[in-house]
Design a protein around this ligand. Structure first.
Ligand code: F6R
Length: 364
């Protein structure tokens, strides 16, 4: 049932405020502004966390790495599951390992889970499908409660994975005493506001995105840039666009621009800069200026504060509400998903079932 939407993907994008609220309700106590992710994994005593996943789930893990390191002061080892399982990583057996998978059946992720279990690590599965192999075999299960995801391109599962991983990082931080009680309250308070903000964004950005999609649809290549948690988001934006529109896209850390990709930039190359007004904003803007100076057509995705602070004449600026840093990746996912969706629809592509892709990859 597409609930009056043309495609499952669009329905799933618009469902995010509702499913995220449900997922958060499972892990946070909104009145008390506290987290409850009780499980057999004792984050207070682990020396590090290993994370393994594929595709979009891997990019959610990369964002979570920033959170675990910053808030819980826990080192995170992360890799795509197809590499993780063969790298012979020297993992301390007292560590915890997290496996992120919408389907819970991805072959490489399952193999990484078995690899870690054999080495004595405590394993946790961040999954959407609770009756899945990965959920069954892990020591602890953290359901993301996104409901069935039909569109092959992952959207609501990604933001629900992020929401659950954020609560895990906060609860690890609390257990390790690396954040104060007030900081926990503030972080949980920000998460609690997120569904409502997502709803507002979804109701307001569509006209802007549609306009921009018509431009993107004419392009052969698109570059996405970001710093901090916006870097994995840049990779997610590129992945989403390429898988459903078949436009070649790449996501780069903004600081890497001058180490190679800047050579690609000319007047035919749109550069999508993901830059909330955070502590990296000025640095990202200076990378954006370098791209603009080489004729790159800049599309800036920022917030109200960022839009006011940036003086550059962009081809297009998408302005989101200014939000706390912890929820910015989820809020900024929305224009990224919609941009890929509308571009692909405008080009007449089959967005729910892109060519050559399967929803669940059960072979290596
Ligand atoms: C991208 C996408 C894929 C999956 C990947 C992992 O939109 O859907 O990259 O994220 O195949 O799948 P799961 O999460 O089922 O392990």
């Amino acid at each position: 049932d597409k609930r009056n939407h043309r495609h499952f993907m669009k329905k799933e994008i618009y469902e995010q405020p509702e499913v995220i609220a449900r997922a958060l309700g499972h892990y946070i106590n909104i009145e008390g502004n506290s987290v409850d992710t009780a499980s057999c994994i004792d984050f207070a005593s682990v020396p590090s966390v290993a994370i393994s996943a594929c595709g979009t789930a891997y990019l959610a893990g990369l964002i979570a790495k920033y959170w675990f390191e910053r808030y819980a002061r826990l080192p995170v080892e992360i890799d795509v599951a197809s590499e993780f399982r063969y790298r012979e990583i020297p993992l301390p057996p007292q560590s915890a390992a997290l496996f992120i998978s919408q389907s819970g059946e991805t072959a490489d992720t399952l193999a990484s889970l078995r690899y870690c279990k054999e080495r004595g690590l405590k394993t946790g599965a961040v999954v959407n499908t609770r009756e899945s192999t990965i959920a069954r075999e892990a020591d602890a299960v953290f359901p993301i409660l996104a409901g069935p995801e039909i569109g092959v391109a992952s959207t609501k599962a990604f933001t629900c994975q992020l929401a659950v991983l954020a609560t895990l990082a906060i609860s690890a931080a609390k257990a390790r005493g690396t954040v104060t009680e007030d900081e926990v309250k503030a972080l949980v308070g920000s998460l609690a506001e997120m569904p409502c903000i997502m709803g507002r964004v979804l109701n307001s950005i569509q006209p802007d995105i549609e306009l921009l999609s018509r431009e993107l649809a004419k392009c052969r290549d698109v570059l996405y840039l970001g710093r901090g948690t916006s870097f994995p988001l840049a990779m997610e934006g590129a992945l989403k666009l390429k898988e459903i529109s078949y436009i070649h896209a790449e996501g780069y850390a903004a600081g890497e621009l001058k180490h190679g990709p800047i050579a690609l930039i000319d007047e035919n190359m749109p550069v999508i800069v993901i830059a909330p007004h955070d502590r990296f904003f000025n640095k990202t803007v200076s990378n954006m200026e370098e791209a603009a100076a080489r004729g790159g057509r800049i599309i800036l995705i920022t917030d109200e504060k960022g839009a006011a602070a940036s003086k550059l004449d962009t081809m297009h600026t998408i302005v989101l509400p200014a939000v706390d840093e912890i929820i910015a990746p989820m809020i900024f996912s929305l224009p990224i998903q919609l941009l890929a969706y509308h571009t692909a629809v405008f080009m007449g592509k089959d967005v729910d079932q892109p060519r050559n892709l399967a929803k669940s990859v059960t072979v290596e």
